[in-house]
Ligand binder design. Sequence first.
Ligand code: IMP
Length: 428
Amino acid sequence: MANTVLIGAQWGDEGKGKIIDVLTEKVDWVVRYQGGSNAGHTVEIGSERYVLHLVPSGILRPGTRNVIGNGVVVDPLALVKELGDLEQRGVNLAGRFFLSDRAHLVMPYHSLLDASREQAASAKTKIGTTKRGIGPTYGDKAARTGLRAGDLLDELFPDLLKRRVEEANRVLGAWGEAPLDYARLLADCQAATAKLAPYITDAIPLLNEAIARNESVLFEGAQGTMLDIDFGTYPFVTSSSATAGGACTGAGVAPHRIDRVIGVVKAYTTRVGEGPFPTELTDATGELIRKIGHEFGATTGRPRRCGWFDVVVARYSAMLNGIDAWALTKLDVLDAMPVIKICTAYECAGQRLTSVPANIRQLERCTPVYEDFPGWQCKTTEATSFAELPAGAQAYVRRLEELTGVKVGILSVGPRRASTMQLWPLAG
Ligand code: IMP
């Protein structure tokens, strides 16, 4: 299979884990390139359910090798736990899992600062973060005060950590938080290092040499385009590059090594946390979508906000990421709807907008322009080919393709591996 970037085209939780799991059947390597344990990919294999936060989903396919790239921020204690859980369930990691020595470390002070900032924020400025320390860790990276996975192996690590903890304790004190115990944190880090050391490596030659040997790579995006630090609904975003470009900087692979980009979109839209969401449904229909779609965060368990499919967002995402095909997920969640709405544009102060404005105050004032679509009101979950779908569901998919200008390459109508159809061959 070609080298592929797979990204979320909405606000995250599009069902990337499941699509990645299906695609990994054909790839040699799976790479995470941004985000941290704020992500939560759920994969169901038979009766087994796996929730992965840091480890790439390819770990569940025995023939696949998996890399956490330099663009990811890694909580070493959380990673040790995740790896331990996988090993306990019989997943072999030796020679199959690698952690870039350039990946930045999430330390307990980052999570404490994340939580303190959120707690001190007003209802209007609260971001609704996962409180996993993501923002403060990327903040330290940009401020050049971060610690990286490779530092864990350095004899100077105790000194580096000491300086960081002293500074963090001054900041935590200003937020009214108790200081962190350096000795205890060092001991925790050393225990984690003992487990992680065999996996920490320079992932740049590892990946580029694999590509030179014609091995295929799947770059697994986390979160979604509308949460991207540059292109999302800033400041209600995460702190990393969740768009396709992030794959190059977050993995150390050149742009011309990427062959294609697949964008994952749900047949409707969800968002967790605060921030503008033009097609949000705060009524019984939104509640119904949440219930049928089990729309609760994999990482925090928070109920997700639900709404109709937003073509403005999808087109923006297609343009930014250069999306070659959609992986359209959770079509079955709409099975019972008598009427389905598709947002084709926004109305804002008498103006019609067809692109996402940068200014979130403007976006908040936008009202969606809807096209009504008749529901098919029968089950799609058992379908194994496009032709087996009810005519209404087929028409809905075709309409989304028409409005977004991108074809649906993969269609998912249920959580199982078997409920995923490939509408055109992805091999090669
Ligand atoms: P942070 O990434 O924890 O800093 O959170 C920033 C924003 O991104 C919040 O609105 C979170 O709810 C959202 N977010 C972070 N990770 C995910 C994810 O994996 N899925 C959906 N939303 C996410």
